[in-house]
Design a binder for this molecule. Sequence first.
Ligand code: IVH
Length: 674
Amino acid sequence: MVSRAARSRARELRKQLNLHDYRYHVIDDPLISDSEYDQMLLELRELEQQYPELATDDSPTHRVGGRVSERFVRVPHPGPILSLSNAFGEDDVRAWYERIARLDARVEQAAFVVEPKLDGLTVVLHYQNGTFNLGATRGDGQNGEDITSNLRTIRTLPLRVPVDPNGIKVPARLVVRGEAIIFKKDFSEMNRRAEAEGGKTYVNPRNTAAGSLRQLDTSLTAARPIRLFCYSIIESTGKPLKRQWLVLEKLRDLGFPVEGNARICEGIEEVITVIQQLAGKRDSFAYEIDGMVIKLDDLELANSLGVVGKDPRAAIAFKLPAEERTTQLLDIGLNVGRTGVITPFAILEPVYVGGANVKQATLHNFDFIKEKDIRVGDRLLIKRSGDVIPYVIGPIVEARTGKEKRYKMPNKCPDCGEPIQMIEGEVAVFCANASCPAQRVRNLEHFASRSAMDIEGLGIKVAEQLVEQGLVEDVGDIYGLTKEALLDLEGFAEKKADKLLSAIESSKSQPLSRVINALGIRGVGESVAADYAGHFRSLEALSRSKPADLEVMEGIGPNIASGTVDWFAKPRNKKLLAKLKKAAVWPVEEKVEAGPQTLSGLTLVLTGTLPALQRGEAKALIEGAGGKVTGSVSGKTAFLVAGEKAGSKLLKAQDLGVEIIDEAGLRKLLEAAR
Ligand code: IVH
């Protein structure tokens, strides 16, 4: 027999633990430490082991999973779980509005709720007297699959409502609809781990969330970082709510996780503005959204408009362009980079994805093709999101017809025909022919690029012309270019030639760090170049360095050190340096006295493009003031200096509460150091 004391203690522990799950996972405002939580959970687990009848449906001990089923049982929904018709642009949204306004004139005065459309899996959650006792997938809309045990493992799913005993009443029966999703950062972390363990990587957050919830072994689900957002009440024995906005509020009050970007809009014009605003923020969402759902706020009016097929008239999904699509791999092309690295890319049947027509996508490297077993003719899943270069996720193996061809690694450089080389322990494959035209073009393009010598008017097209016409053997030759020679090139007239020559002339006064970066030494980018410039102060001194001289520098390992020494040892590079010296591209860095070391002991991280400072320049300034620059954000980071197009580092800094500053903020810190 369970003693009354044990029963009441178990009840109290369940209540407390459910509250703390909510405080920690839903509102991110924990009240107790992790160890206090663990202590309570342990106590409850022991009580339940002693008295199994105390393990009620709302016990947080179920969150760790462990139950293994043989199959999922079909369960009927309390009413049809509807879907939505789609709008693919503003015109469709206006047409939808006109349509419903014609059906009922009240629509003209009505308000709308715009919610992000979460790209996950619909779940239907049943609560009896406040306890979560059944959860199902959408299925065919009439019947779903019982995935209750799997859903219990979701930390943000309240096992009992109201979570916070705040006087709010819960109806005896309540059925809520929500979306199970995986956050982008959790998804990347899952893939990082899978890669480290040599396992198969996951395709996308949506499929992974759906797959995770359909695991027969719940401990597998428990190990996946699934989260939840709720947005509708399907059925309730309580007083019906009159407005969608109040539904969201009510759900939030009960302790359900509710997405925070929903907006109430006065009319259709405001709806359109809000949709545009949310669409512009798509990449900054912590989870994938595939559009916005526009809902009539007045739920009585919404009901009276009825349903067409499975879609209620009163709501519509505004779809953003898909960021992932499948298309056929027509062929695999090869690209030769400036250091001779040969990389494969996919030549695709053109497809509209992420708001653009895509014909090519990167295949990363040859190992990727091998690991994913990508075959020419395959249907591939490709992704294009924001300004990121489109990339291949993997093949759709199920779509194979048998006509696909396995890919054979090339053994010759696609540009010069010389044999390809591989370096042990490295994924990259090289063309070692220094006079390979493709490399010369890329080298020149890099030399002239914005972060190197910054020669305006010398992009890839002009670089190709200069190499093809034999005007440039190595980058040093650009300082000997004449106007006559340029005028012979297609598309060059007086003005364009003068402009290019003057840009080339101005580049002669670039500082040492930029010149070192411009040389294109393997492993030496902006940041290492700035370190070399600060340490050696001239090309002369750097060129005489031995690996040991370089390896004493922080952040320089044996690969970069030997890459640098080898570069300077090569006769053709000696020839190039002689040309640069002759052209007076031979900067020497004055020794600057270090200023007051007020950034001393502080670690900063740089991300994105700063408006004026190059990455290397910012690093040199920070280090000059005694600070340290590292590549990744951690609890030890004092400041994140974020420029435009800052990506995951920014999200991580926000997560960790690291102070984020811009270039102006950095300058202020440096001034303070003076
Ligand atoms: S409302 C009748 N709101 O989008 C109301 N759906 O076809 C239908 N979805 O299957 C759903 N976020 O899984 C609604 N804020 C949101 C949503 C949302 C994502 C999904 C839902 C549905 C699909 C629309």
